[in-house]
Design a binder for this molecule. Sequence first.
Ligand SMILES: C[C@@](CO)(OP(=O)(O)O)[C@H](O)COP(=O)(O)OP(=O)(O)OC[C@H]1O[C@@H](n2ccc(N)nc2=O)[C@H](O)[C@@H]1O
Ligand SMILES: Nc1ncnc2c1ncn2[C@@H]1O[C@H](COP(=O)(O)OP(=O)(O)O)[C@@H](O)[C@H]1O
Length: 309
Amino acid sequence: MTTEDGIPGFALTRLAPAKINLALHVVGQRPDGYHLLESLVTFADAGDRIGFSHWAEDRFTVSGRFSTDLPLTGEGASGNLVLRARDLLRAHLVERGMAAGPVHLHLEKNLPVASGIGGGSADAAAALLGLLELWGARFDRGHLQDIALKLGADVPMCLEGRPLIARGIGEELEGLPLPSFPILLINPLIAVSTPVIFRTLTNKTNPALVIPRGALVGSDWIEALKDMRNDLEPPARILEPAIGAVSDTLIEAGAAFVRMSGSGATYFGLFETADERDAAAAVLSTDHPNWYVLACNSVNGEEDHHGRH
Ligand SMILES: C[C@@](CO)(OP(=O)(O)O)[C@H](O)COP(=O)(O)OP(=O)(O)OC[C@H]1O[C@@H](n2ccc(N)nc2=O)[C@H](O)[C@@H]1O
Ligand SMILES: Nc1ncnc2c1ncn2[C@@H]1O[C@H](COP(=O)(O)OP(=O)(O)O)[C@@H](O)[C@H]1O
């Protein structure tokens, strides 16, 4: 996943790809209040980037369109997830007698914050993987997933970074052979808080996700997606009525399939061809110059040879 054209001046650069919940069913609630989900997830070939270098002391810098919306320190639950990932991983390595020296981390924040495409979770996962590489540390994958889950429910799936089904709150992962789609992500830059959306949700026991099996092509998946849902979309539309218009705009622009990702407010459109996607992106960028519009592709999935993680 290391990008070929790295951030200048850094020893290592990793992409932190946008997460897309193609479907998200809320099927129950745990005693601690967390909601049980069944989600069909894929990842974009674009997102934030993180640069890593050994340094004389710990340093954190940011750039990019959305860098002003971020916490810049790592302390507490509201700290930057890049720094929280660094500190948690370092503590685990040091405890095991491994070196985890000072680093300069640079976050290029290209993904809008609190937008249902998991930018913070992707950053945390990329930070864990990049730091392991920079520090030359070997770490058991299961243990790394445990650390990831401590940073957020979506961080384990972001460590995988490939099409998968997520269950539980995101700790049960099963890869699946989903093809690559030309995708348009659009967000009217209305930030939506994940905990507020979950609190607004009234129906917590919805029908389970039914995943078709077999050798399916893109059009088969689009048909199958129509029978699935994002159960967080109704509460998001109640909280922010303006985001309903975003969905209509993508349909009018020619998307073959449209749905909200995660707790919103980003909508994704799946297109039959890259040319159709790019034409829609040009129209939407002109009509809505203040919106976030990203033309990308989702990554290709392969058969899961390892079973559940
Ligand atoms: C909804 C999803 C779908 O992929 O994505 P986003 O919209 O955040 O991208 C995720 O489940 C979000 O997971 P994540 O973003 O890691 O959530 P966290 O920060 O761990 O949780 C924020 C808060 O949301 C609520 N929460 C979160 C996940 C969950 N399954 N049930 C919940 O009730 C809890 O109140 C929690 O304290
Ligand atoms: N590196 C980061 N990028 C984005 N958000 C971060 C980061 N570190 C901490 N956060 C906090 O995490 C919260 C969720 O952000 P984000 O992951 O972008 O949401 P979502 O999963 O809905 O797309 C925000 O309130 C933000 O302040």
